[in-house]
Design a protein around this ligand. Structure first.
Ligand code: PHE
Length: 329
């Protein structure tokens, strides 16, 4: 019966499939009856059923194939037309720069770690040596999810320093990229959501010179071989001493331009030696170990590298903006 079966449509093929080879089809029925076959005939009968099943599969597949090529031929479609090119996507500029930063520090032996965006007071403030009345804890700057106990959106990636040091004894050499949140008015220069890359290096005998050399290497790799850096004294509760780092303005080469406000320098990150109180908060022996940390905003660096004038572009996801950045890794 099957040998001479024909089909005039896909639906006919499907009916044949159901009749013969579906779960409830007649061939499967033969398989279920197989247990009643006397033992000395099992081999012969089994082979016959298997042959039948393979025959049915082939027959139905070939009917289906002939039918499918028929539709293509008769549909009037021009099969010689070239296909629509698949447009490759482009990577978001923030991802491009983040990956660049990860690769540069990777060459210095820094690994990558991440922490949660929803944090508690301990990891964002207390363990980082913020005094109880510090203004950064204020509702003005921080988005709170819950009060008492405080649950909040992290305002910086320094919280990941604590998470890592709580879980690992030195040597520690890692960077932490991630999204941070601050209750700020949105403008061309600032946004309430942005991204940072934090760095942390803790070991025996880590010095300020190690910090400076690491940052100089980083600046030259990211902004170009001729880049110079300068460290200005600053203050952060979790580093002592603290500094802010400027790079020489790559746009005017130090001649003075709009971007560097005619100073020849651009501020790109905060840094310093990890405060012993922070090490002790994480049960790391501050007599034995020292370390440095730094943190930078990815948006700001990306704006400098690509000449982007408005931070809001990063979050609007306008394809005209996004497709300007290569598909690179
Ligand atoms: N967390 C600081 C900020 O958000 C940056 C920083 C990180 C400074 C590490 C020193 C050390 O501004």
């Amino acid at each position: 019966e099957l040998e001479n079966a024909t089909a005039s449509s896909q639906d006919d093929v499907e009916l044949l499939r159901i009749k013969y080879i579906s779960k409830k089809g007649s061939i499967n029925q033969l398989f279920s009856d197989f247990k009643n076959v006397p033992g000395d005939q099992k081999k012969e009968v089994g082979k016959a059923i298997n042959d039948l099943k393979n025959f049915a599969l082939e027959k139905i597949n070939s009917l289906r194939d002939s039918f499918e090529s028929k539709t293509a031929e008769t549909s009037g479609a021009d099969l010689t037309r070239p296909g629509e090119p698949l447009r490759l996507g482009t990577r978001h500029p923030l991802s491009l720069v983040k990956n660049k930063i990860i690769r540069i520090f990777g060459r210095l032996g820094f690994t990558v770690a991440e922490g949660p965006e929803i944090e508690d007071d301990w990891h964002v403030f207390s363990a980082l040596n913020f005094p109880p009345e510090h203004p950064a804890r204020d509702m003005q700057d921080t988005f709170f999810i819950e009060k008492d106990p405080d649950i909040l959106l992290r305002t910086h990636t320094s919280s990941v320093q604590i998470r890592v040091m709580e879980n690992q004894q030195p040597p520690i050499r890692a960077i932490f990229p991630g999204r941070v949140f601050r209750n700020e008015a949105i403008s061309a220069r600032s946004h309430c959501i942005f991204h940072q890359v934090e760095g942390l290096y803790v070991d025996e005998n880590v010095s300020f010179a190690d910090l400076k050399q690491t940052l100089l290497y980083f600046a030259k790799e990211l902004f170009g071989e001729d880049t110079q850096i300068r460290l200005r004294p600053s203050y952060f509760p979790f580093t002592e001493p603290s500094a802010e780092m400027d790079v020489s303005c790559s746009i005017c080469g130090g001649e003075g331009c709009n971007v560097c406000k005619y100073t020849g320098w651009l501020e790109i990150l905060g840094c310093g030696m990890v405060d012993p109180n922070v090490l002790e908060s994480c049960r790391i022996d501050s007599q034995k170990y020292s370390g440095f940390a730094f943190g930078m905003g990815i948006e700001r660096i990306t704006m400098l590298l690509y000449g982007i004038k408005d931070i809001r572009h990063f979050f609007e996801n306008d394809v005209h903006f996004l497709k300007q950045f290569g598909p690179a890794v």
